[in-house]
Design a protein around this ligand. Structure first.
Ligand code: NOJ
Length: 543
């Protein structure tokens, strides 16, 4: 029988080198991460997603891989990795890892060989042109920073394609040898105990554009089916979580009811969520939820507030984006790639606990699997003095001790500076203080996570939106196997009172809420404070 563990999972994304340094060299490592699993356990995490930890020149935070079968020596050894997997498993946590096979680092020996010799077996692993392509700037992903998508290589005496930075040459994924190698990489990490992959840059991975072939690529999505089939043969319960910033219309071809990608990040929903927060009305998010296609079959959406990249608002209209910029990142320095914000959640919401808790409660109440970016559970901030998206990747703030307890190395040796001043500096924001006080932000989030884990109606069930005649409140009803949960979120700064005029509700039992405490009759008044939220179980029939 299929194991659909991911449907009720709580995913937590970690950048190993920024999480915990065990040996005082200034860089986080696997031993440090294993040592801090208690923090994840307290939060209620069930699945850890690791940002790339492979050998890499780290010019794109490790998304420029120079060896797919190893560990960056600064982060540990393969032995440390396996020990970490075991420690996570002992705590009931699964681990998924990044599969970054749209491109390699230009330092990878495949590319070095391919560029040095036209007869190299790796030459056709990349995408070359002898003549300068008509446009060398088509499809730039990082506008304002990236200069081209084709670059001339003096050694190769040819142009090579790179969707991302020029040090990330694109692999020719139409080449059967490359496809075979992708499966081999997956098999390797599966054998070491991972439960699946977060697949990087999926729309680019499958694009036939620029590939040297006489015949058009018949079905670009077939690669996703191949990857999925291989995965399920090797490890039936393993998953694929796609990074695909696509329109909802394209989603069914990525999911194929779970026969291709098990999960796809809901980027469209994410930007509508932020537009809703900016406008203090649920209307944009409600519309997104109403038009979002069902993944079907084994598929599931993955939902998130922030991640390791910029907050990407590229799908909004210019006016909507400007509204979000004005509200969450008015300084030019906060904006990036003409479409996004390089900020963490807490500073964008002015460090306001009510707004932050509402945002997290909403994340956990949305249909889909929630994914949390490390540090957001304690309200960390960003460092805008850092380059591009590095701003949101500063080391985890563990304690008020030097370097926020992240490392005992001299400050100048840290992999990235720790945020050490201002409202979000480690003296004021750190895990030790947050876990110590029962009424802290961290404990509020942990309570929400616990509520979510005991509400399979949300992860497994179907959802419908209840119209209470007020756009500023989002009321969702999630049902599964005859049980039902209603969640309400107030986007506005005004208190709200509403009646639930729903069929078949006799009694509502509060499971997560700031105001009502006892059972409510189905037609009772529900009150929410400004940016308040509540979760109610119907008919008190379960738990
Ligand atoms: C998406 C990753 O999330 C991002 O950080 C990276 O720069 C690109 N893919 C290229 O790998």
């Amino acid at each position: 029988m299929a194991n659909l563990w991911y449907k009720n999972a709580i995913v937590y994304c970690v950048d190993v080198k920024s999480f915990m340094d065990s040996n005082g060299d200034g860089t986080g490592d696997f031993i440090g991460l294993a040592d801090r699993l208690d923090h994840l356990e307290r939060l209620g995490v069930t699945c850890i997603w690791l940002n790339p930890f492979y050998p890499s020149p780290r010019r794109d935070n490790g998304y420029d891989i120079s060896d797919y079968y190893g560990i960056d020596p600064a982060l540990g050894t393969l032995g440390d990795f396996v020990e970490f997997i075991q420690a996570a498993e002992d705590r009931g946590m699964r681990v998924i890892v990044d599969l970054v096979v749209n491109h390699t680092s230009d330092q990878h020996h495949w590319f070095q060989s391919a560029r040095a010799d036209r007869a190299s077996p790796y030459r056709d692993w990349y995408v070359w042109r002898d003549e300068k392509p008509d446009s060398i700037t088509d499809g730039i992903v990082f506008p304002g920073v990236q200069k081209a998508t084709w670059t001339y290589d003096q050694t190769a005496k040819a142009w090579y394609m790179h969707r991302f930075y020029k040090f990330q040459p694109d692999l020719n994924t139409t080449n059967p040898a490359v496809r075979q190698e992708i499966l081999k990489i997956m098999g390797f990490w599966l054998a070491l105990g991972v439960s699946g992959f977060r697949v990087d840059a999926v729309p680019f991975l499958i694009e036939p554009r620029g590939v040297l072939t006489d015949k058009p690529v018949a079905d670009p999505h077939a690669l996703l089916t191949e990857i999925h089939d291989f995965l399920s043969w090797r490890k039936a319960e393993a998953i694929l979580l796609a990074e695909a910033n696509i329109n909802y219309e394209e989603a069914p071809s990525y999911f194929a009811a779970g026969d291709r990608m098990t999960m796809v990040f809901d980027f469209s929903g994410n930007e509508q969520l932020f537009l809703s927060l900016a406008r203090e009305t649920a209307a944009p998010l409600r519309h997104a939820l109403a038009v979002r296609p069902e993944p079907g079959g084994m598929g599931q959406w993955a939902v998130f507030l922030r991640n390791h990249d910029e907050l990407n608002l590229g799908g909004l209209t210019e006016q909507e984006r400007q509204e979000c910029f004005a509200r969450f990142g008015p300084e030019p320095d906060m904006q990036i790639y003409e479409r996004g914000l390089r900020r963490r959640l807490a500073p964008m919401l002015d460090g306001d606990p009510a707004r932050l808790k509402m945002a997290f409660s909403l994340l956990l109440a949305l249909p889909g699997t929630p994914v949390i970016w490390y540090g957001d559970e304690i309200g960390m901030g960003e460092d805008l003095s850092l380059h591009e998206r590095e701003a949101v990747r500063t080391p985890m703030q563990w304690s008020p001790h030097p370097n926020g307890g992240f490392s005992t190395a001299p400050k100048k040796h840290l992999v990235r500076p720790v945020v050490d001043s201002g409202e979000f500096g480690y003296h004021k924001v750190n895990a030790a203080m947050e876990t110590q006080h029962r009424n802290s932000f961290f404990h509020a989030i942990a309570d929400m996570v616990s509520a979510r884990r005991s509400a399979p109606e949300i992860g497994w069930g179907g959802v419908h939106i209840i119209d209470i005649g007020d756009d500023e409140v989002l009321v969702l009803s999630s049902s599964w196997r005859g049980a039902r949960i209603i969640t309400a979120h107030n986007f506005s700064s005004k208190p709200k009172v509403f009646h639930l005029a729903e069929e078949g509700i006799d009694e509502l039992m509060p499971m997560l809420t700031e105001s009502p405490s006892g059972p409510l009759r189905g037609d009772s008044e529900i009150s929410l404070s400004p940016h308040g939220y509540c979760w109610l179980r119907c008919n008190g029939e379960r738990r």
